[in-house]
Ligand binder design. Sequence first.
Ligand SMILES: *Cc1c(COP(=O)(O)O)cnc(C)c1O
Length: 356
Amino acid sequence: MKKYNFNAGPCILPREVIENTAKQILDFNGIGLSLAEISHRSKNFQPVIDEASALVKELLDVPESYSVLFLGGGASLEFHMIPMNFLVKKAGYLNTGVWAKKAIKEAKMLGDVVEVASSADDNYTYIPKGYEVPTDLDYLHITTNNTIYGTELHNDPDVPVRLIGDMSSDFLSRPVDVAKYDCIYGGAQKNLSMAGVTFVIVKDDALGKVDRQIPTMLDYRTHVDKGSMFNTPPVVPIYTALENLRWVKAQGGVEAMAKIAKERADLLYGEIDRNKLFRGTVKNEEDRSYMNICFVLNDEYNDLQQEFFDFATARGMVGIKGHRSVGGFRASCYNAQTIEGVQALVDTMKEFEAQH
Ligand SMILES: *Cc1c(COP(=O)(O)O)cnc(C)c1O
């Protein structure tokens, strides 16, 4: 049976990206050694990281004065590195869910934190709007896509301070106005690569403004100076990222990714809104994520939860169970998700409706 992968992360990657990585793990560029057993400093690997950074810059039109880094630690380590490197006195955070709260917790260890707005009052099912941003913040931190709740900021907000963005789960799914940000970061395992590498895009001259002593590994300048090679970077996940970046470029870049993301989302939200059994958990259309599409059974059909899950599983759907803090279902539709996959889920929902 054909499997349709809706996992939230680690998640679907283009088949050719997996195949090309598998080949290089067996024999890297025909040198008779595995990608996994060569020095990261060798002349064989340097071009990989160079091309990967160059492609991030090209695809997102990153201005000259920024560096692209590939690090370890995941987005969760960035939650602490961000205030370490950028929080002088006071930072603002937009509280849009679990990941934002984890970022806030780390920042509070290092300075004053203002929660500029929160959607906690409705279990994070919307993106706050119309809030005031104090002009004396060192930065405003946003989570552009809220993986767990299925809300997304579809553009880069206009605020009077510098932005920092956790883009773990919508990286490369739309064009980004990088110039508004001092830093963009995320774990790679949702839209860029396999788990193990963290991407960071950092504005070079925004660094070095804090007085605190920063541990060497937590100081972005360490990694900027050494081109992500201060210590051994995760070479295989970086290679997979390179293959995926090449794939994104070949598809037509982030504009093409944004177009197909909208098509997938329209198809699935259209069915959720039409089908009598289901409803979306995010009410405002403009807040609905194109990456993580969350839905539940309508109250009168709520006892069908397990039955629908089994029904969908029997038709090849994988990973559609909602996050435990939201319940219901979540279909993650990252860049590599096909219209065919989404159509298969839509057909499953229709078929299930016909039986009830
Ligand atoms: C998954 C996720 C994280 C955590 O990423 P790790 O790489 O596992 O630390 C942070 N932010 C968002 C938005 C996520 O989806």
